[in-house]
Design a protein around this ligand. Structure first.
Ligand SMILES: O=C(O)CCC(=O)C(=O)O
Length: 256
């Protein structure tokens, strides 16, 4: 979905756009919002990210398959710019899907490097009721913010849209996924991908010569407890946040 220049200017989607975006998430498991972040801001994020990332790679083994890194982000600028953590356009869709009292409980990144491979198809959340086939409405959304274009050659995320977010968690994902329709999400930097935590997906090989960095946040209903470690937030940074952002991060680890 394209965000119109008027919506960008106002920092708010029209009610019709919000309704469409919400219905896309409910029906398809995801929505792409195009043109949410300006190129100069993406460039700044990418520069600072790549510095951090190179340091991380120099001292850590890859943790998401060969040449593929998940790295938590420090709770500092420019990563905690409100356009990343509490973008009004993005939050308007998140709020409409997840209801009041939403929290943000994951602040990290995924970067396939050249030489990375396919991941196993997976969902980003455990079953709430593993002993049953019960399917419930959305309770968590992943926000992906690409820091470079996602192209066919640089390891775009592959998704199984249109129903897998509503599939019982007892299904045999590994056997089923290869027999089902999937697509690679090709995105221009500046666009964002909002996807149901449950939607089946995987990383694909980066066959280019550059890393493909992507910021990932999880927003959820306030009662959800994931197995990810809490976000560590320096108290001064927390205190400087506006009320809405404070509310989003209120259950995280405020230190100092
Ligand atoms: O950004 C990507 O390539 C997806 C990575 C992913 O799904 C994961 O590591 O769990």
């Amino acid at each position: 979905m394209k965000v119109s220049p008027e919506e960008s200017e106002r920092g708010a989607l029209s009610p019709v756009s919000i309704r469409l975006a919400v219905q896309r998430v409910k029906a398809d498991g995801y929505v792409v919002l195009e043109g949410v972040l300006p190129p100069e801001f993406i460039a700044e994020l990418r520069t600072v990210f790549m510095r951090r990332f190179q340091e991380h790679v120099a001292r850590t083994d890859s943790n998401r398959g060969v040449n593929r890194y998940q790295m938590h982000l420090p709770f500092e600028m420019p990563f905690i710019d409100l356009r990343v953590i509490a973008h009004p356009i993005v939050l308007s869709v998140i709020d409409a899907v997840l209801g009041p009292k939403v929290v943000c409980q994951y602040f990290a990144s995924d970067t396939p490097m050249p030489g990375s491979d396919y991941q196993a198809v997976h969902s980003d959340i455990h079953a709430l009721f593993p002993e049953t086939d019960l399917v419930v409405p959305a309770y968590g959304l992943v926000l992906n913010i690409p820091l470079v274009d996602f192209r066919t050659d640089n390891g775009p995320v592959e998704i199984w849209p249109g129903g897998t977010h509503l599939a019982p968690m007892t299904l045999d994902m590994k056997a089923l996924a290869p027999t089902m329709r999937s697509e690679c999400v090709l995105l221009s930097a500046g666009s964002v991908l909002l996807r149901d935590l449950r939607m089946w997906h995987r990383g694909t090989p980066n066959r280019s010569s550059e890393p493909r960095p992507n910021i990932a946040l999880i927003y959820a209903r306030h009662w959800l407890k994931t197995e990810y470690p809490p976000i560590s937030i320096p108290r001064e940074a927390f205190e400087r946040l506006p009320a809405r952002a404070k509310e989003l991060f209120r259950y995280e680890r405020i230190v100092g």
